[in-house]
Design a protein around this ligand. Structure first.
Ligand SMILES: NC(=O)C1=CN([C@@H]2O[C@H](COP(=O)(O)OP(=O)(O)OC[C@H]3O[C@@H](n4cnc5c(N)ncnc54)[C@H](OP(=O)(O)O)[C@@H]3O)[C@@H](O)[C@H]2O)C=CC1
Ligand SMILES: O=C(O)C1=N[C@H](C(=O)O)C[C@H](O)C1
Length: 266
């Protein structure tokens, strides 16, 4: 599979270029930058800080349409939808790591997945995807007597809250407990909030410094507390997962998948 990375100079973009260059069975076909970027024409490997790779960065999907089979996209939500629409028209597969999509944008991806194959996941790391399984198991065993609280911490540049991973963790726990997250989620408590209700699932957000991504899920009752914790220490773990997802899409004509499909965890 020939991979194109869009948002190539971004925090994730650079790791995605490196991970693609280092992976077996895939090649870097293209690197795409914001139109007008001063880096257009520069070597993708040099943008990523890994030395020349022989791929000159371009400023649009159309400019490299002949050079790739699957696009990896970690960009803002509105742009992600535009990119996925272009890929569906061109018959290209897409791996999407972008978080913070609205329900309407998620519906748009669902519709696009009838025309092309898409992996869409808020966290591409193996560790987080295993953690999702552990959370479902914990919630099923512990049941309603344990209060569930989800705490996430990320770097100061992150623009969405709670993180996509925290929300997915909430969805997994809510489903295992027979709840609808839309009805039981409580975000960022403040003021005279009164006692906790039994079935709420709380979310707390920390934004500080250069934290790559920490998630902690509490199951707490009278007398004990379990914490299931995942800490990412390098963005390379997300990049490797995204490249694995891109390779996994080979031969898949259409459909919306997530990392649980890629890792065979369903
Ligand atoms: N699923 C997962 O495993 C993970 C998901 N994420 C998610 O990925 C997303 C990106 O995160 P991160 O890399 O930290 O963010 P960055 O802001 O570093 O990267 C976003 C990239 O998108 C580019 N971009 C923005 N607007 C445009 C535009 N109009 N045209 C072309 N390119 C554009 C930016 O270009 P420029 O550099 O010119 O501004 C930048 O390169 C977030 O939603 C984050 O939550 C992050 C890590 C892991
Ligand atoms: O923005 C980030 O950095 C990250 N975003 C993802 C999320 O919102 O869950 C995944 C990871 O934790 C890093």
């Amino acid at each position: 599979m020939r991979i194109a990375v869009i948002g190539a100079a971004g925090r994730m973009g650079k790791y995605l270029i490196q991970a693609t260059a280092e992976a077996e069975g895939v090649t870097l076909g293209a690197a795409i930058l914001r139109p007008g970027s001063s880096l257009v024409g520069a070597d993708a490997g040099e943008i990523a800080g890994v030395g020349k790779l022989g791929v000159a960065a371009v400023d649009s999907i159309q400019a490299c349409a002949e050079d790739f089979d699957v696009l990896i996209d970690f960009t803002p939500p509105g742009l992600t939808i535009q990119n996925a629409t272009a890929c569906a028209q061109l018959g290209k597969a897409v791996v999407i790591g972008t978080t913070g999509l609205s329900d309407e944008e998620k519906n748009q991806l669902n519709a696009l997945a009838e025309k092309t194959s898409i992996v869409f996941a808020p966290n591409m790391s193996v560790g987080v995807n295993l953690t999702l399984k552990l959370l479902a198991m914990a919630a099923e065993i512990l049941g309603d007597d344990y209060d569930v609280e989800i705490v996430e911490a990320h770097h100061r540049h992150k623009v969405d809250s709670p993180s996509g991973t925290a929300l997915r963790m909430g969805e997994v726990v809510a489903e295992a407990l027979g709840r609808d997250l839309n009805e039981c989620a409580v975000y960022g408590r403040e003021g005279k909030i009164g006692p906790r209700t039994q079935k709420e699932i709380g979310f707390e957000t920390i934004r500080a410094g250069d934290v790559v991504g920490d998630h902690s899920v509490w199951f707490a009752t009278e007398g004990e507390r379990i914490e299931i914790v995942h800490k990412a220490s390098s963005r390379m773990t997300f990049a490797k997962g995204a490249v694995r997802a891109a390779a996994w899409l080979e031969g898949k004509k259409s459909g919306l998948f997530d990392m649980q499909d890629v890792l065979n965890l369903k």
